[in-house]
Design a protein around this ligand. Structure first.
Ligand SMILES: [Zn+2]
Length: 199
């Protein structure tokens, strides 16, 4: 271990201790930024920050309510979730009360690849934004389609994207296709405007 890695490891432990009151793992610089799977809270928080930056830059999606991210398999939701997500129960968003005001609770299953983790967080933060900015609360198909559309853009170019697009039901009906179609004709900004003005 070089002295620089040692320094980052110590800093990592200190951050972790400050955030979670414990330091159970040895973190290295590479684990911080390029971990192939997301297995602990520090990795999750750093990936979350990257997702928020990308959502703001590429989709004008900025959230103001606090985000409570937990690396945990979401609670079972019944047969419907299997229809919506052929991969099973990987991530979930819900609005919760946090110190007297609203917050976004997001669960993501631990141990996913970094690209899959980020795409799922992006998907759930789209739902968070739909709630916060109060749109698409009636059209369930477009609501899910918008989240899948953003998720797709986060995955694009990765092996994960090819794998997912082969899954039956991944596209959730025709919604993501009509959004992608709209985008290719009218551009990203017009697409966002259309979705944000829908109920
Ligand atoms: Zn969804």
């Amino acid at each position: 271990m070089t002295w620089l890695t040692q320094v980052f490891t110590e800093v990592g432990r200190a951050i972790e201790k400050a955030c979670f009151g414990q330091s159970n793992f040895r973190l290295t610089t590479s684990e911080f930024t390029t971990a192939s799977t997301i297995d602990n809270g520090v990795q999750a928080k750093m990936a979350l920050a990257e997702v928020r930056r990308q959502l703001a830059q590429e989709f004008n999606i900025e959230l103001t309510w606090p985000i409570l991210l937990e690396l945990k398999v979401p609670p079972a939701q019944g047969w419907k979730s299997l229809v919506y997500n052929p991969e099973g129960n990987l991530a979930r968003h819900q609005v919760v009360d946090f110190r007297g005001s609203s917050a976004h609770q997001v669960w993501v299953k631990p141990g996913l690849t970094r690209v899959r983790f980020k795409s799922l967080v992006a998907h759930e933060l789209v739902h968070a934004f739909q709630r916060e900015a109060n749109f698409l609360n009636q059209n369930l198909s477009l609501r899910e389609g918008m989240a899948r559309w953003v998720e797709f853009h986060f995955l694009k170019g990765s092996a994960e994207a090819d794998r997912l697009l082969k899954l039956k039901h991944y596209t959730f009906g025709k919604s993501i296709e009509s959004i992608l179609d709209f985008e290719s004709k009218s551009g990203r900004q017009a697409t966002l405007q259309w979705l944000r003005s829908s109920h």
